[in-house]
Design a protein around this ligand. Structure first.
Ligand code: HEM
Length: 402
């Protein structure tokens, strides 16, 4: 592949080198600092300093209120999903269903509920507006740009400005119950000190809006494709589907899946991890060198942009047993080194991974409790990438009542 006459070179898929890149370079391209919400989710750190940050992350127990939000929201939305799918079954107790849009709806609802709680309906409306915006942004990549066009009072531009709806909600007691509340409290003078640094998170209203957008974009498409690929994989491997279901029934019976017992789901966890390895929702990680640095045998000047090919590393048989454990090298980089990178790694590792795994396991457990499924003859296996790794022609399964 050539870009403007420059051919990028894949220098290595060596996880040790990757560990060094993750530790010695900074952030995503064009986004040098972790966002305020990122700091909050990771435990309320105030400063962004590579080494200090890496050390803090090890010490800090990431049991932030956000996991509780994930559990509550996922619990409610799982019940809705199962009810909706049951209503689609025909008299013979089965139907064909493209589960991808269904699981997108599910993860959107979970994030809307966790983010907006009591303002759920209003939140959903804001997220719909954001969807339109994404569409517009993607269109604008393809279209010729007229300077100043975005200021014209066109129907679309007016709708984009509707996101000012956030202004309607003011902080109130009990606001810790959802993310927007937590963010709004910080906007009014810092979050209450719950083991986090006091006053660490002052945010302007614009920042609160940006945080909600980031949270929504980062959090829902990734988790919906994870669940979709999990259903595809379990459709391809019915014996693993049976084993996972047997485990879910043994742990939860017919009761609603709850967070406390999620850790007992060993097979479901293995399935989720294997799906993340085979079908990482984000195919690559980006880093840039802020200052001249050495990575392995490479001396890199400041400003070099690096792309880590997660998919390639995770599919490389050489690292099948996990390099970090096998490695005798005890450099700091070896600690960050792993051949499993679906959530990234190092100081900028995904802050929502606990949220995502809670949501995915609860979702999968609820589906397995109520339905069996196989791939439909109309399903075509065509993973394709459009920001995330998606099933190009949908994920049609035949769903059966248990
Ligand atoms: C299966 C689901 C998910 C996957 C595979 C995923 C993956 C990732 C990856 C690869 C990164 C970049 C990490 C790096 O560069 O080292 C990232 C960053 C991020 N993720 Fe996730 N993510 C998922 C779910 C979520 C959820 C549910 C949330 C929010 C609740 C979330 C919030 C974020 C945020 C805020 C960042 C940016 C962190 C920063 O500013 O440093 N993610 N995610």
């Amino acid at each position: 592949m050539s870009w403007l006459g420059v051919t990028p070179r894949v220098i290595s898929a060596d996880p040790l080198l990757i560990g060094e890149v993750l530790l010695n370079t900074y952030g995503h391209i064009g986004k040098p600092k972790r966002s305020p919400l990122g700091k909050f989710l990771a435990g309320g750190l105030v400063s962004y300093d590579g080494e200090k940050w890496a050390m803090h992350r090890k010490i800090i127990n990431p049991a932030s209120p956000v996991l509780g939000l994930a559990e509550d929201a996922a619990g409610n939305c799982c019940a809705d999903l199962v009810r909706r799918w049951e209503s689609l079954l025909g008299p013979e107790g089965s139907c064909e269903l493209d589960v991808w849009p269904e699981l997108q709806k599910f993860t959107r609802e979970v994030i809307s509920l966790a983010a907006f709680g009591s303002s759920f309906e209003e939140g959903k409306r804001i997220f719909q507006l954001q969807d339109e915006q994404t569409e517009l942004v993607l269109q604008s990549f393809q279209n010729f740009q007229i300077p100043g066009y975005r200021f014209l009072p066109t129907k679309r531009n007016r709708r984009m400005r509707e996101r000012r709806h956030y202004d309607r909600r003011r902080p109130a007691p009990g606001d810790e119950d959802d993310l927007l509340g937590l963010l709004l409290q910080s906007n009014q003078g810092g979050l209450p000190d719950k083991g986090r640094s006091k006053g660490a998170l002052w945010m302007t209203m614009e920042e609160v809006i940006e945080e909600c957008r980031l949270f929504y974009f980062a959090g829902q498409e990734t988790t919906s494709v994870l669940l979709t690929w999990a259903m595809v994989a379990l459709g391809m491997h019915p014996s693993w589907q049976d084993r996972a279901r047997a485990e879910v029934l043994q742990v939860f019976g017919r009761e609603k899946a709850d967070f406390d017992k999620l850790s007992q789901l060993k097979i479901v966890t293995m399935v989720v991890h294997e799906v993340l390895r085979l079908y990482p929702p984000l195919l690559s990680l980006s880093r840039s060198t802020r200052a001249a640095t050495t990575v392995g045998e490479y001396s890199l000047p400041a400003g070099v942009q690096l792309l880590l090919a997660v998919l390639l590393v995770q599919h490389d048989p050489e690292f099948a047993d996990g390099i970090s454990r096998a490695s005798k090298n005890k450099s700091p980089a070896s600690e960050a080194a792993t051949a499993f990178l679906p959530f990234g790694g190092g100081p900028r590792v995904c802050v929502g991974q606990g949220f995502a795994l809670t949501e995915a396991k609860m979702g999968l457990a609820s589906i397995l409790q109520s339905f069996s499924f196989e791939l439909s003859p109309s399903y075509t296996h065509a993973p394709t990438t459009f920001i995330t790794l998606q099933p190009q022609h949908g994920a049609q399964v035949i769903l059966r009542r248990l």
